[in-house]
Design a protein around this ligand. Structure first.
Ligand code: HPA
Ligand code: ZN
Length: 348
């Protein structure tokens, strides 16, 4: 299917919120090599080209192995700052107005990088982005699910002195064999602390993991969640309870969740009334940032302008922004989609 030029323009230009992006997944090969040289970290790849060539993933684990190797070049506050600022500039170019950004502290603390280096570097860049680009953002601390719950508890404890720098916790890394219930206690603790809760579920794992993330972890949003489609009662529940699924089309394609995007469940989920949102996940690894993901979805699936408007609205609706800011962004989205197309775009 080819995407109508006027609609392509609209989806690129609409204000949108990014709710599923791992900051370590925005590290471009060029920056990986620059930091490796500067920090004298040895990489198992001879060049930027050789690293890019290794981005031929067969599943989630084959990606994670390379993603953790890439993140090993991050050592100083400046490194985290530069990575974050590079992401912000790409997001701004795609008309992302607000981002809720994941970071994986354990990937760094395991290598001896203190958690304050990670949090200060990222949050200093986001503070600068707020004034420089009027870019709104918050952080979500993710636990690596292949590690123990005890390790997650220690990470939460170490992060608490910086409680004002993040709004929630998430759960990522290898899903198979690491079910939601493994992290029941640490999620309960985070809930007591007033943190927002999200978790990756139903990416490679079954629909049951989506149900368990809701019932056991009590998460407010599900990251990916595309396999919910296998359970019609769950799809109905997601729609009824207005639980957002933060869907990442290019990630799902590259990690072979949906090798052909024409088969992707997002259109069916949207039609069933589920609050679907579209995001980039690990854009440096999966071939594109927000607009590339939106374009890929609209090219592969019979999505309309009304769907574009809805997906943009959903992204702010599902955010953890305070009600007043949410309302202001939603008004901006509505105004954008209700305005006539500029002449150049409508005749393109
Ligand atoms: N899934 C699980 N863990 C991750 C991902 C993902 O898509 N990206 C970064 N960590
Ligand atoms: Zn993810």
């Amino acid at each position: 299917m080819t995407l109508d030029a006027a609609l392509a323009d609209r989806i690129r230009q609409t204000p949108k919120a990014e709710l599923h992006v791992h900051i370590e997944g925005t590290l471009e090969p060029e920056l990986i090599f620059r930091l490796a040289q500067h920090n004298k970290v040895k990489l198992p790849y001879a060049s930027v080209e050789a690293l890019r060539e290794a981005y031929a993933f067969t599943d989630l684990q084959s990606f994670l192995d390379i993603y953790y190797a890439g993140a090993s070049v991050l050592l100083t506050e400046d490194d985290f700052f530069d990575m974050t600022m590079a992401y912000v500039q790409r997001a701004v170019a795609d008309n992302v107005r607000h981002a809720e950004i994941f970071f994986d502290p354990q990937t760094h603390t395991e290598r001896g990088v203190p958690i304050h280096v990670v949090i200060d570097g990222i949050s200093d860049a986001l503070a600068q982005a707020r004034t420089q680009y009027d870019f709104s953002s918050s952080l979500i601390l993710c636990f690596l699910r292949h590690l123990s719950e005890e390790d997650a508890f220690a990470t939460l404890e170490a992060a608490l002195p910086y409680r004002d720098r993040f709004v929630g916790i998430g759960l990522d890394s290898s899903e198979q064999g690491n079910p939601p219930e493994k992290f029941a206690r640490v999620f309960a603790r985070a809930r007591e602390l007033g943190l927002h809760l999200v978790a990756h579920a139903g990416e490679e794992g079954p629909a049951q993991y989506v149900t368990d993330a809701l019932d056991i972890l009590k998460v407010e949003r599900i990251d990916h969640g595309v396999r919910a489609i296998d359970d019609p009662a769950l799809v109905e529940r997601l729609a009824r309870e207005r639980v957002a699924l933060t869907v990442c089309p290019l990630s799902n394609q590259k990690l072979k969740v949906y090798p052909d995007l024409r088969d992707h469940s997002l259109h069916r989920l949207l039609e069933a009334g589920v609050l679907v949102t579209l995001h980039s996940d690990d854009p440096a690894y999966f071939g594109g940032y927000m607009n590339a993901n939106w374009e890929a979805a609209f090219e592969a699936l019979p999505l309309t302008a009304a769907d574009g408007h809805k997906l943009a609205r959903n992204s702010f609706e599902a955010s953890f922004l305070p009600a007043s800011q949410k309302t202001a962004f939603l008004a901006e989205v509505d105004h954008f989609w209700q305005s006539p197309l500029p002449a150049a775009a409508s005749t393109a």
